[in-house]
Design a protein around this ligand. Structure first.
Ligand code: UPG
Length: 320
C-alpha cells in the first residue's frame, strides 16, 4: 500500500526503485544507503518503490543504516503495482520502441517510472532525484540538490551523459544516412582524445558545436516536478504521434526504457534538459568495449574531475 507522510517534510526527496529483490540487489542497496548516509547529515526523505516480496528486505537494510549512522530519515513506501497503473498510458506508448521485450508489461513499467513520477509523488514535492540502486555516493547528496539552482527556467529534468557508445550502436542506420550527425558521437571529439597536447586547449573553448552527443544516462535523474506537471511541451512530446515521429526520424530501436526516451528528448528538445556533469553519474560498465567498440570506447568512457557519484551499472564493482 502507499503510505503518505505529510506531517514532516524534507527538502531532499530521494526516489529509488527496489523490486524483485535478490542477493545482488540487496548488496547494491546496502552500499547505496551506506554511502548516502556516510556523506550527509541532512534530513532526507526516502521514497522507495517496491513490491510485497522486497518490502521487508529493503526496510531492514534501511533501518540498519539509519541506526548505524544515527540519522533521522523520513521514508515513504510505494507499491510498484499501483505506480505502474498510474503511468500505464506512458508505458503503453513507449515500451514498443524502448524495451528489449515489449509486452512484458509489468516489468516494463518499472523502467518508465521516471517519466510519470510527477503523477506519483505528492503535489507538495517539487524537487526530486531518482537514483538507480547501483549508485554509490562519494560526496554529500545536498551538493547534487544544489544543482537544481542552476536550472534555466525551461529545464525540467537533469541528466548526465551516457558514457558508452550504446547510442552510436543504436543509431547505426541513421548515421549511415547522415554521416555528419553528431548524435551518437562522444562528448569530446575523438581526435582530441588521441592528441593530448591539443585537447585541453580546445576543450576549454566550451564551444558546444564541436561536442558530440552520446546520449543521456538515467541512473541519476533530477526532476522539477511542478514544472513537469505544468509543462505543455512535455505533454506534447509524450503523445503517440510525437513519440512515433521521434523514433521514425532516427530509426531508433532501444532497450533501456526511460533512458532511450530522455536521449531522444535531449537531442530534439535540448531546452528541456539540464546537463549534469559526468562526475555526478560516473558509469562503470565496460560491456561495449568488448563488443565491437574497443577502438573508440575510451573516448566515450572519459570523465575528468573528482567523482562525486559512481554508477556500478551492468553489475560493475565500484573502485575502493
Ligand atoms: N530494478 C529493480 N529490480 C529489478 C530491476 C531493476 O528494482 O528487477 C531497479 C534498480 O533500482 C536498478 C534500476 O532499476 O538499479 C536499473 O536497473 P539495472 O538492472 O541496475 O540496470 P543496469 O543494466 O545496471 O543499467 C542499465 C544501464 C544504466 C541505466 C539503467 C536504467 O546500463 O546506465 O541507468 O539501465 O535504464
Amino acid at each position: 500500500s502507499m503510505h503518505l507522510n505529510k506531517t514532516s517534510s524534507s527538502d531532499y526527496n530521494i526516489f529509488v526503485i527496489y523490486t524483485r529483490e535478490n542477493y545482488r540487489l540487496q548488496m547494491k542497496f546496502d552500499l547505496f544507503a551506506h554511502s548516502l548516509f556516510k556523506h550527509t547529515n541532512a534530513q532526507l526523505h526516502l521514497h522507495i518503490i517496491t513490491d510485497k516480496e522486497s518490502e521487508m528486505s529493503v526496510l531492514d537494510i534501511l533501518q540498519r543504516k539509519i541506526r548505524k549512522f544515527r540519522r533521522i530519515v523520513i521514508y515513504t513506501m510505494y507499491d510498484v503495482q499501483i505506480c505502474s497503473n498510474i503511468i500505464q498510458d506512458i508505458t503503453a506508448k513507449l515500451s514498443p520502441y524502448f524495451s528489449s521485450m515489449p509486452n512484458s508489461y509489468y516489468s516494463d513499467s518499472l523502467f518508465f517510472l521516471s517519466l510519470g513520477l510527477h503523477r506519483i509523488a505528492d503535489k507538495s514535492i517539487s524537487r526530486a532525484i531518482l537514483f538507480d540502486c547501483d549508485i554509490v555516493f562519494r560526496s554529500d547528496v545536498r551538493l547534487l540538490f544544489a544543482e537544481f539552482d542552476r536550472f534555466l527556467p525551461h529545464q525540467l529534468f537533469g541528466l548526465a551523459p551516457e558514457l558508452t557508445p550504446v547510442y552510436r550502436h543504436i543509431l547505426y542506420r541513421y548515421r549511415v544516412r547522415f554521416p555528419k550527425s553528431n548524435f551518437g558521437n562522444p562528448y569530446h571529439p575523438m581526435q582530441l582524445v588521441k592528441n593530448n597536447k591539443n585537447s585541453k586547449l580546445i576543450t576549454n573553448h566550451n564551444n558546444h558545436e564541436r561536442h558530440g552527443y552520446p546520449g543521456l544516462n538515467s541512473g541519476v535523474v533530477l526532476m522539477l516536478l511542478n514544472r513537469i506537471r505544468d509543462s505543455k511541451t512535455y505533454l506534447e512530446v509524450l503523445t503517440q504521434y510525437e513519440v512515433h515521429r521521434l523514433v521514425s526520424k532516427y530509426s531508433f530501436k532501444g532497450h533501456l526504457g526511460d533512458q532511450d526516451f530522455f536521449t531522444l528528448l535531449g537531442y530534439e528538445y535540448p531546452n528541456l534538459i539540464y546537463r549534469l556533469d559526468c562526475i555526478w553519474n560516473r558509469q562503470l560498465c565496460t560491456w561495449w568495449k568488448d563488443h565491437g567498440y574497443s577502438n573508440i570506447f575510451d573516448a566515450y568512457f572519459r570523465c575528468e574531475g573528482v567523482i562525486k557519484m559512481y554508477h556500478g551499472n551492468c553489475n560493475t564493482r565500484i573502485p575502493e
